[in-house]
Structure formats: structure tokens, C-alpha cells
Design a protein around this ligand. Structure first.
Ligand code: 1GP
Length: 254
């Protein structure tokens, strides 16, 4: 089944999903093995693969190793056109709509379009909104754009609305990998109430409590990378937290 269709189906029944972000630079065969087995046990919904700066171009190999071990959909979350792999199930075709860098709004898309088309992978047009996470993260430096200030909920809301009006099918709010301060509950509430498109939230989430708070605020998919790189056992707690929102919702409508 198409990944986007699956995301939409889940949103219709208010099912929240957990995505583990894997930075191909930071894993080897052994750590992939561990992450995949913990993710299978915990019922992780997606793997996002990518990073702001992928130094060793090991995307293909990383995805091959994940897919060898499980059927969890692998979604590319590329920081650059070089991070596109034909082996992924889908690609978040990111337009950095919080920034004003034309290269990341449309330029790199033009360059990578023919290759992506020839790969035949599912492309999901995604409005990528970077929010200030309390300290400069790789994403704001590499993208050469200013993030949306963390308390400017209206700017985030209008940006997400405009992205949706332009036809983008997902909105991804990101405080940046390893952010000190994740996207606030208030901003997630404001954005999710203003759009129909599914909302992905990530950056600086370190525990189940914040993941659950994000789900209640309106996030459809919660992404965690950095904290899991440091402590892989968090996969279990965070997944249980996110999926407990689904159980609670199912009970409430019975
Ligand atoms: C970053 O949203 C992702 O782009 C995940 O962030 O690595 O801080 O979990 P973390």
C-alpha cells in the first residue's frame, strides 16, 4: 500500500504514528540490527532515513540493511538531492517553506526530479517548516535560512496553511535534530487546527511524555532520532506512549 494513503487512512481514524529517524552516518550494521529489532517489537510505524549532512553516502546500503530485516516502510527524509535512493518505499519531497532560500523551495527539486521519476518511488510533496529549537541546529546552518521563532505560532500557522494551499500533502514541523527545545504544544495545536493535511512533528523529542503531548496537540506522526541514537531502548517507551493515545481514542468512541 502507498505510504501516503496509509498516512491518510490513519488520520481519518485519528491513529497516531511513530517514526524512528535513522541518520545513515551514525549507524552501522550492528546498530541497524538493534534498532530494527527494537522497532519490530515496539510496533514502530515508519523509518525515516536521512539527515542535514550525510557525509558518507551510505543511504542505499543503510536502506538495504533495514529492508532485509523488516517490512516497516522506509521513507526518505533527504537533506540534499544526493540522499535519494531507489530502494526506499517513499520520498518526502521537501520544500523548505519556512525559509526564503529558493534553492530549497524549488531549485534542488528541479535538479533531482528526473532521477526521482526514473526511480519510480512514491513521492510525497511535503511542506517543511523549521522552528527555532533554542540553539542553532545543522538544519538552520546548512539550509542558510532563519527558522520560525518558537513563540510565533501565527507565523507557523500561516506558513502551514499556505503550504497546503500550494498543494503540499504533508506538513513537517521540525525544531532540528538534537534541538534543545522541541516544537511547543501550543504551536502544534495552532497549526494542526488550521490544516487538513497530516502533520509530522520532530526535533528534540527525548521522552514518551513529549511524544504523547504532541499527539494530543494534533501531531499525526512523531519523529525521534537523536535521543534514540543515544539510548535505543527509548524506542519501546515512546512507541508505547504514542500508541496508547490510539487505544485511549478507540475506547472513547466505543
Ligand atoms: C530531525 O525531526 C528530526 O530532523 C528528529 O529530530 O533527532 O532531535 O529526534 P531528533
Amino acid at each position: 500500500q502507498d505510504v501516503y494513503l496509509q498516512i491518510i487512512e490513519k488520520k481519518k481514524v485519528k491513529r497516531k504514528s511513530f517514526s524512528v529517524l535513522i541518520d545513515p552516518d551514525k549507524v552501522d550494521e550492528k546498530s541497524i540490527d538493534k534498532i530494527v529489532s527494537l522497532s519490530l517489537d515496539a510496533g514502530v510505524d515508519y523509518f525515516f532515513v536521512g539527515g542535514s549532512l550525510v557525509v558518507i553516502n551510505a543511504i542505499d546500503e543503510c536502506i538495504r540493511q533495514i529492508k532485509q530485516r523488516c517490512g516497516i516502510p522506509v521513507v526518505l527524509f533527504p537533506g540534499a538531492p544526493s540522499q535519494v535512493s531507489r530502494h526506499a518505499d517513499a520520498l518526502l519531497f521537501l520544500s523548505l517553506i519556512s525559509g526564503r532560500n529558493p534553492e530549497l523551495l524549488i531549485g534542488q527539486h528541479v535538479i533531482s526530479a528526473p532521477a526521482i521519476k526514473s526511480y519510480g518511488i512514491e513521492v510525497i510533496p511535503t511542506g517543511y517548516i523549521v522552528v527555532d529549537g533554542g540553539a542553532p541546529t545543522s538544519v538552520s546552518y546548512i539550509s542558510n535560512t532563519a527558522p520560525i521563532p518558537s513563540d510565533k505560532n501565527d507565523i507557523a500557522m500561516c506558513t502551514a496553511m499556505a503550504g497546503e494551499m500550494l498543494g503540499l500533502k504533508l506538513i513537517y514541523m521540525d525544531a532540528g535534530s538534537g534541538a534543545k527545545r522541541p516544537v511547543s504544544k501550543e504551536m502544534i495545536e495552532k497549526v494542526s487546527a488550521s490544516i487538513q493535511a497530516p502533520l509530522i512533528v520532530g526535533g528534540g523529542i527525548k521522552d514518551a511524555q513529549k511524544a504523547v503531548e504532541n499527539c494530543h496537540a494534533g501531531a499525526d506522526i512523531v519523529v525521534v532520532g537523536n535521543a534514540i541514537e543515544k539510548e535505543a531502548s527509548l524506542i519501546k517507551d515512546i512507541s508505547a506512549g504514542i500508541h496508547s493515545c490510539n487505544a485511549a481514542h478507540a475506547q472513547a468512541i466505543e
